[in-house]
Write a protein that binds this ligand. Structure first.
Ligand SMILES: Cc1cc2nc3c(=O)[nH]c(=O)nc-3n(C[C@H](O)[C@H](O)[C@H](O)COP(=O)(O)OP(=O)(O)OC[C@H]3O[C@@H](n4cnc5c(N)ncnc54)[C@H](O)[C@@H]3O)c2cc1C
Length: 407
C-alpha cells in the first residue's frame, strides 16, 4: 500500500493544472488517468478551447504558457451577430487595452505543456492507462484500488475526471442535468479569406455557429450548435453539401468554407453536481459542472476551480493547518458554486434568447445587441466576463491591480 497527501483522478486540463499548482508546496501527489500519457495534438482531428486572460495568467504561473502559446492563435477582435436581424456586437483588444482578447488553444497541446512541466516534480507520481476499481473513504483517509492490485491511501482525493465523473458516481454526489437539446458539430475548416485573428459567432435560428481562428491564417475551428435533427441532416451531407450549408450559415463572412477534416458531433448537456464534497473527496471542473460551449467558458471555469482550491490548500499549508479541514473544503465549494451558477444561468438566458424565432423576441434581441454596442458600461461588463476579469477570481488569476474577495 502506498500513501500520498492528495490523489487527483483525471489528467485533463483541470487535473494537471491542479497538480502543478500543488506540487511546489512539497505535498506528495498521485495523478491517476485512465487514458494514455499526453502526447500533443494527434493526427488531423483536434479539439480547441478559447482561453481567456484569467486562465492565461494561471497557465503562465505554472510555466506551461510558452509551450501552449507556441501552437495557439491569439484573437484581437470578437464579432457576434444575429443571422436574422440587424443585431451585431464587436469587441476589440485595442479598445480594451489588452494584448489580445483570448487564445484558441489545442486541448491536447494544453495537456502536453502541463504534463511536461509536471514531470520536473519528483513528489508527483503520474499513472496512465490505469483503471480505478473502487474509491472508499473513512474519516481519516481515502482508499483507491487501482488495476485490481494496488492500494493507494490519500488524505484528500480530487475528482477531476470530466463530465461522466466516476468519482462523482462513486461518492453518490447528486447531479442536476438537462439536455440543451443540441449537438455541437466540431471540425477544422479552410477559409477562402484570411480570418484576421477575429473570433466570430453567428446566432442562427437553430443555434450558434462559432468560427475560431487557428494559427494557419486561412483555417478556423468551427463549433456549430444545432438541434439533433439539424445536426443529423448536416452530418449526412457529403463534403460539398456540408461546405455549402456552412458557407451560407456563416453569411460567407470568410468567403467559401470547406472542411479540412471529418466533422464530429458532441451532445450538449448541462450537468451540475448539487454537492461537490463528501468527506475528503472533492469535485472540480467538468466533474462538478458542464455548460453550453457557446460562450467558450467551460475550461476557463474549471481552471478557476482548481486555482481556487489550490489557493485555499496553500493558505492552510503555509499556516500549518489541516488542508483537509471540512470548513476549508466547504469554503471552496461555496466560492466556486456561486461562480458556476452565474455562468450556467447566463448561458441559459443566451441559449433561450437566441434559439427562438418569435418575432417579438427577435426584435428585443436585435435592439438589445445594438444597445450593448452603444452603451459603453454594459459593453465593459460583457467584455470583462469574456476576458475572465469578472467575478470572484483566485489571486493568481487576477489582474495585478485587483485582489479576490471570497469569504
Ligand atoms: C464542443 C465543445 C467546445 C468547447 N469549447 C470550449 C472553449 O472554447 N473554451 C472553454 O473554456 N471550454 C470549452 N469547452 C469545454 C471544455 O472542453 C471542458 O470544460 C474541459 O475540457 C474540461 O476539462 P476537465 O479537465 O474538467 O475534463 P476533461 O478534459 O474531460 O478531462 C478529464 C480526464 O479524466 C480522465 N478520466 C475520466 N474518467 C476517469 C477514470 N475513471 N479514471 C481515471 N481517469 C479518468 C479522462 O480520460 C480525462 O483525461 C468546450 C466543450 C465542448 C463539448
Amino acid at each position: 500500500m502506498q500513501n500520498v497527501d492528495i490523489t487527483i483522478v483525471g489528467a485533463g486540463s483541470a487535473g494537471l493544472t491542479l497538480a502543478l499548482l500543488l506540487a511546489p508546496l512539497g505535498l506528495s501527489l498521485a495523478v491517476l488517468e485512465q487514458g494514455s500519457e499526453p502526447a500533443g495534438r494527434k493526427g488531423e482531428q483536434h479539439r480547441v478551447s478559447a482561453l481567456n486572460l484569467a486562465s492565461q495568467r494561471v497557465l503562465a504561473h505554472v510555466g506551461a504558457w510558452p509551450a501552449i502559446a507556441a501552437t495557439a492563435q491569439a484573437y484581437d477582435k470578437m464579432q457576434v451577430w444575429d443571422a436574422d436581424s440587424f443585431a451585431r456586437i464587436e469587441f476589440d483588444a485595442l479598445t480594451e487595452r489588452v494584448e489580445s482578447l483570448g487564445w484558441i488553444c489545442d486541448n491536447e497541446n494544453i495537456r502536453l505543456a502541463l504534463y511536461q512541466q509536471l514531470k520536473q516534480f519528483t513528489n508527483v507520481r503520474c499513472e496512465f492507462n490505469c483503471t480505478i476499481n473502487s474509491v472508499v473513504q473513512s474519516e481519516r483517509d481515502v482508499l483507491v484500488n487501482i488495476n485490481q492490485q494496488q492500494l493507494l491511501l490519500s488524505r484528500l482525493l480530487v475528482g477531476a475526471d470530466g463530465v461522466n465523473s466516476m468519482v462523482r458516481k462513486a461518492m453518490q454526489l447528486p447531479v442536476t442535468h438537462w439536455d440543451y437539446d443540441q449537438q455541437a458539430i466540431v471540425a477544422t475548416i479552410n477559409t477562402e479569406l484570411p480570418h484576421q485573428a477575429i473570433a466570430r459567432q453567428v446566432f442562427l435560428p437553430t443555434g450558434p455557429l462559432a468560427l475560431l481562428p487557428l494559427p494557419n491564417t486561412k483555417q478556423c475551428s468551427i463549433v456549430w450548435s444545432c438541434n439533433p435533427q439539424r445536426a443529423a441532416e448536416l452530418l449526412a451531407l457529403d463534403a460539398q453539401g456540408f461546405n455549402q450549408a456552412l458557407t451560407a450559415a456563416s453569411n460567407a463572412v470568410l468567403g467559401v468554407l470547406s472542411l479540412e477534416n471529418q466533422p464530429t458531433a458532441f451532445d450538449l448537456k448541462m450537468r451540475y453536481a448539487s454537492t461537490w464534497l463528501r468527506g475528503r473527496v472533492v469535485l472540480v471542473a467538468d466533474a462538478a459542472h458542464s455548460v453550453h460551449p457557446l460562450a467558450g467558458q467551460g475550461m476557463n471555469l474549471g481552471l478557476m476551480d482548481v486555482t481556487a482550491l489550490a489557493e485555499l490548500i496553500n493558505e492552510a499549508v503555509e499556516q500549518n493547518k489541516d488542508f483537509t479541514d471540512n470548513r476549508l473544503l466547504r469554503r471552496y465549494e461555496r466560492w466556486r458554486k456561486a461562480e458556476a451558477q452565474t455562468l450556467i444561468a447566463s448561458m441559459e438566458v443566451f441559449k433561450r434568447g437566441f434559439s427562438n424565432s418569435q418575432p417579438l423576441l427577435k426584435l428585443v434581441r436585435a435592439v438589445g445587441m445594438s444597445g450593448v454596442n452603444q452603451w459603453p458600461w454594459l459593453k465593459a461588463k460583457i467584455i470583462a466576463a469574456a476576458l475572465g476579469n469578472s467575478g470572484d477570481l483566485p489571486k493568481l488569476a487576477c489582474e495585478q491591480s485587483k485582489t479576490s474577495h471570497h469569504a
